[in-house]
Design a protein around this ligand. Structure first.
Ligand code: TEU
Ligand code: CA
Length: 586
């Protein structure tokens, strides 16, 4: 039984630099702000930070459009600041991972500038250029019908050289051509090795399963009839050379003893996922699957949302699917429900009204804090931060994904007021912007994110003034923040079960109560987590073969005798209060 690697037991705290902490009052978060907050971060009980892209970038997609992998975006700071950040993190015994965005670059990257300059430029083949198709009437069409992740065609016509280039995201994010070995070597050197040499401990690998495209770039099936561009994720992800590319990358990572967590959308096939993350295969350490965060999103367009109330069983199955990667395999998994691409979990899966916000946020903390795999916590999630309210005008939404969707809905409906209202409501529910409002540090102006005279780059959620902020929550033992700290402590104390244990849904069809058992694979230990996903009382289920009469609770989100935590013998009520959750040790 060998020692598990550090990243298995770790909790990773994700930081979005623009919105975390502004140290020089220009309204934009920065590296200095992260450095000065490291003690706070460590006090949560986390082991590592993941810093979203802080590289040189025109910021069309908030830094996921990189123009130079080896330079820092000046408003965030300097290379010297990065070196300070890395050493300050290490000084505290923590780890730091960076975002590795290498499916595409910015169109302002030197490589692309050269590639687009002429058809015979030596870097022409570093990107995915294709000739146009012409129909019988001589009208020009792109090579296929793929819809980009941000709407519209994935192909951009280039007047100068009279060809299309591929971009799975914005037109300003051209896809690199991974088939070219020289390109791959340049990517590895510039984006990976240069940072591993500076001491980073690993990478969160953006869109990791999109590097290898399917031969012939075939059309996607038509799911949105009447519109030219079709969702193609299932077509362009997981292409034929993925394994080889990942093995090349892994060889570099291994040399530096660095970890990897890949973002793995559009991969319903369990065996495909296991083949990415099996320890023996040496490709990736783990991946983020999208099953849980996609519960409740639309089937044709992601913002065409359906209400969550009917989807608890779907959420259970989604989570079970990612948890069960561990069953009988040497694979590893992740637990997360928020990141910079997701709306706030308490607004989506809990109840963000003043009455139930705290309790339902704690319930979600318990649920995801008790799942196996490496746990990821997104900035502000530890406070139970919530979505912007509907009263915030659409102009405050800064994300290109949101503005493109809104514009498309206005166009499709010819500005029909009902359709436009619906589009806005959908964005209020699901937009990525809700994760990107500034971190709420205090109840003061701008939530203490930046100086009171400054103008924050994105609007601050007014809930900061209503108690959802670090200062207020730190002084309150019944806060969401205090609960996350307790949860992370208990997770560590019982890591055999809570981090490494096998997951089993119990009472799986119950549409209101989410219950699961975890069992240690080595050593002993069994726990039961019960979550009432409902604003009314529910019965504590009668579990076949589980006797709770002698079971103690390790943690609960409803106060009993003035306390929430610590094992006790109290016989719990067989009624679950609204949004109540309990962690039993069996
Ligand atoms: O996201 C890739 C991804 O697959 C999505 O979840 C994406 O956010 C969604 O399709 C948008 O509707 C990654 C990054 O996390 C994201 O922030 C970037 O925008 C994207 O890659 C492009 O680099
Ligand atoms: Ca700043």
């Amino acid at each position: 039984n060998t020692q598990a690697p550090w990243w298995k037991d770790a909790t990773v705290y994700q930081i979005y630099p623009a919105s975390f902490k502004d140290s020089n009052n220009d309204g934009i978060g920065d590296l200095g702000g992260i450095i000065e907050s490291l003690d706070y971060i460590q006090s949560l009980g986390v082991d590592a930070i993941w810093v979203c892209p802080m590289y040189a970038s025109p910021q069309v997609d908030m830094g996921y459009d990189i123009s130079d992998y080896e330079a820092v975006y000046p408003p965030y700071g300097t290379m010297q600041d990065m070196e300070t950040l890395i050493s300050e993190v290490h000084h505290r015994g923590m780890r730091i991972i960076l975002d590795l965005v290498i499916n595409h670059t910015s169109d302002q990257h030197e490589w692309f500038k050269q590639s687009r300059s002429s058809r015979d430029n030596p870097k022409r083949d570093w990107y995915m250029w294709r000739p146009a198709k012409y129909d019988a009437d001589g009208v020009r069409h792109p090579p296929n019908n793929w819809r980009s992740n941000f709407g519209d065609s994935t192909w951009q016509w280039d007047e100068l050289t009279q060809e299309y280039y591929l971009h799975l995201f914005c037109p300003e994010q051209p896809d690199l051509n991974w088939e070219n070995v020289e390109t791959r070597q340049a990517i590895y050197q510039s984006a990976m090795i240069s940072w591993l040499e500076r001491g980073v401990d690993g990478f969160r690998v953006d869109t990791v399963n999109m590097y290898s495209k399917p031969a012939g770039l075939p059309d996607a099936p038509i799911r949105d009839p009447g519109f030219p561009w079709q969702d193609a994720g299932l077509v362009y992800c997981n292409g034929p050379h993925m394994d080889m590319y990942l093995e090349e990358m892994n060889a570099i990572l291994t040399k530096y003893n660095a970890m990897s967590v890949g973002e793995c959308p559009f991969t319903p096939d369990r065996q495909r996922v296991i083949d990415y993350v099996s320890a023996e295969k040496r490709r990736l350490n783990m991946v983020f699957q999208f099953d849980a965060v996609n519960v409740g999103i639309g089937t044709t367009l992601k913002f065409m949302t359906k209400p969550f109330n009917y989807a608890l069983v779907e959420l259970k199955n989604a989570i079970a699917g990612t948890q069960n990667l561990l069953d009988g395999t040497d694979a590893w998994t992740t637990s997360f429900i928020e990141n910079h691409d997701q709306a706030r979990s308490v607004s989506r899966f809990g109840d963000d009204s003043p009455q139930w916000r705290t309790r339902s946020a704690k319930m979600l903390a318990m649920l995801f804090g008790c799942l196996s795999g490496t746990l990821y916590l997104y900035q502000g999630q530890e406070l139970g931060m919530i979505n912007l309210p509907l009263s915030v005008p659409i102009e405050e939404y800064k994300d290109v994904d949101s503005s493109n969707y809104y514009r498309e809905m206005v166009e499709r409906s010819h500005n029909d007021p009902t359709a436009v209202q619906e589009a806005k409501a959908a964005l209020q529910h699901l937009a990525r912007d809700h994760a990107r409002t500034p971190m709420q540090w205090t109840a003061a102006k701008h939530a203490g994110f930046t100086g009171s005279e400054a103008q924050p780059w994105m609007c601050v959620n007014s809930s900061a003034a209503e108690g959802i902020n670090v200062a207020d929550e730190a002084g309150d033992d019944s806060s969401v923040l205090a609960f996350w700290r307790k949860t992370l402590k208990i997770r560590q104390q019982h890591c055999n079960v809570l981090v490494h244990g096998l997951f089993e849904l119990v009472d799986a069809e119950n549409p209101r109560v989410f219950s699961f058992v975890k069992s240690a694979t080595h050593g002993s230990g069994r726990t039961l987590v019960v979550c009432n996903f409902s604003g009314s009382d529910s019965d504590l289920p009668n579990y076949d073969g589980l006797d709770l009469s002698a079971a103690k609770t390790l943690l609960g989100n409803v106060e009993v005798d003035g306390r929430y935590d610590s094992p006790r013998e109290v016989q719990y009520d067989s009624r679950l209060q609204p949004w109540e959750s309990r962690l039993y040790i069996l």
